[in-house]
Design a protein around this ligand. Structure first.
Ligand SMILES: Nc1ncnc2c1ncn2[C@@H]1O[C@H](COP(=O)(O)OP(=O)(O)OP(=O)(O)O)[C@@H](O)[C@H]1O
Ligand SMILES: [Mg+2]
Length: 463
């Protein structure tokens, strides 16, 4: 089938129709023109089109009626209306009724082509967006969150119930237990799913950067603020803001955030007028916030605002019955991604998996499964393969290797991460720990650099 775009042209002036048809043909489109609007609408209903161009003033059936009939059948098709100066009023009506663009008579061929290209591009973007969203919704369907053990089943039931409401939820659990996954599942199963899910790691940035990331700033708010910038609160407008590692929020930011949660408005740094946004806040922590409240590191009033509902994810060692299911799930995902055909773990290997402690929880299990699949040549993962990636006593992942050594046995993505971590350590050493200049040499902005330092757990002693 040809992937040329099909364009339906409607104009009662046969001459104009022919001219447009010729121009569009010359530019690689498949146009078809009609001088009778009724016939055109019939034709539109009968087959598939990518774009419609219709005159606004025609005898028999007005362009607005055509527009309505077309949108009633397919609301997302772009429609360009052709208009004359005299019909400004009508143009406004057409735009209100969902026309994508207007073309004023007389027009140059280039203008026609430009607007057609634009409308088709816009349509493609919308389609891609829809596909991406569908993919995300699929990924975060509750059915794709594995959990058959009683502990997790009741958690998931709870999540399903609270997802649709607008309540603030605090998700607690050890590292790697699936807190972010649950937060995303809540978002993609909530009425806010069409809007953004924006995550920020509250522990990854120093206080001043975190503040400007969250709240944005006004031009001139500080040296270097040459342009005004919106923060993540505004980016998440209408959607969900996920505050990861919320226990690491500095006191000052806690105060500003609390005010925002109470009043639904905040001030960009350096801005005297407030900005209002409507967002749902989800947060997660692997630290004990009650302890932090006792020691004065976390505000109690903020805790209650964030923790309207608490979802606690049990560590993997308390849900051993899920280990085989999770392992099978990760094998399926990996098989789909790399077109491999691993069937599962040999029974002895599975037994070892189930008897491990898993201090890194599900993330660690996932990494081990992926590492095993990268080197296993048989259909089943053997215990010898598994033994290369776990230490049976403590189940600490032994695949990480020392800095500077790249093992050929780890997956490509892991090897790249090791390499990047070593590179960053080297750069930081060279710049005597000056993150700003190391970031500049790496051609990376400072926020990204801070994130990576945090992500790879690079400490001051490392450079
Ligand atoms: N129940 C589950 N079913 C399938 N995959 C899961 C499940 N829970 C977690 N995972 C996967 O495990 C990995 C770790 O999960 P996630 O990042 O959500 O953990 P986390 O609690 O946010 O960890 P951290 O505290 O370290 O940030 C992810 O790849 C996630 O997709
Ligand atoms: Mg996380």
């Amino acid at each position: 089938m040809s992937d040329k775009k099909r364009i339906l042209l409607i104009d009662n002036e046969a001459g104009l129709c022919r001219m447009m048809e010729q121009i569009l043909l010359d530019h690689g489109y498949l146009p078809r023109s009609y001088t009778s609007p009724r016939q055109a609408v019939e034709e539109f209903k009968a087959s598939a089109w990518d774009l419609v161009i219709s005159d606004i003033k025609m005898p028999g059936m007005s362009g607005l009626e055509v527009l309505q009939a077309i949108k009633a059948k397919q609301h997302d098709i772009p429609v360009i209306m052709i208009t004359a100066y005299a019909t400004v009023e009508m143009s406004i009506q057409a735009l209100r009724k969902g026309a994508y663009d207007m073309l004023t008579k007389p027009f140059e061929p280039d203008e026609l082509v430009y607007r057609v290209k634009n409308a088709l591009q816009q349509r493609q973007l919308l389609e891609e967006n829809r596909e991406l969203r569908a993919e995300l919704e699929e990924k975060f369907r509750f059915e794709n969150i594995i959990g058959a053990c009683e502990g997790l089943k009741s958690v998931l039931e709870r999540v399903g119930k609270v997802a649709v409401r607008d309540t603030s939820i605090l998700i607690t659990g050890e590292s790697g237990t699936g807190k972010e996954l649950i937060a995303q599942a809540i978002h993609y199963n909530s009425p806010r799913r069409e809007k953004k899910f924006v995550a920020i790691n509250c522990g990854a940035l120093p206080e001043n950067l975190l503040e400007s990331e969250l709240f944005g700033y006004k031009k001139g708010a500080f040296t270097g603020a040459t342009e005004s910038r919106s923060g993540l609160l505004e980016t998440a407008s209408g959607g969900t803001l996920f505050l990861d590692e919320v226990g690491n929020l500095p006191m000052n930011v806690q105060k500003t955030l609390l005010r925002f949660l109470q009043e639904k408005e905040f001030h960009r740094l350096g801005d005297t007028s407030p900005t209002r946004v409507d967002i749902r806040v989800l947060s997660a922590t692997n630290s004990d916030l009650k302890e932090a409240i006792k020691s004065g590191a976390f505000r109690e009033d903020l805790y209650y605002r964030l923790n309207v509902v608490n979802i606690h994810l049990p560590p993997l060692r308390e849900r051993c019955s899920d280990i085989p299911l999770l392992a099978a799930h990760f094998i399926t995902l990996q098989n789909q991604k790399f077109k491999t055909a691993t069937i599962g773990f040999e029974s002895e290997a599975l037994h070892i998996l189930c008897s491990c402690e898993w201090p890194g929880n599900i993330r660690q299990l996932k990494n081990v499964v992926e590492a095993c699949m990268a080197i296993e040549t048989g259909e089943y993962i053997s215990k010898d393969t598994l033994a290369q990636f776990i230490d049976a006593d403590t189940c600490r992942n032994s695949a990480s290797g020392e800095a500077g050594q790249i093992s050929l046995d780890v997956p490509y993505s892991t090897a790249l991460e090791h390499f990047e971590a070593d590179l960053l350590k080297g750069l930081l050493k060279r710049h005597a720990g000056n993150i700003d200049s190391a970031a500049r040499e790496a051609g990376m902005n400072m926020v990204t650099m801070y994130r990576k330092i945090k992500r790879y757990g690079i400490r001051k002693e490392d450079y």
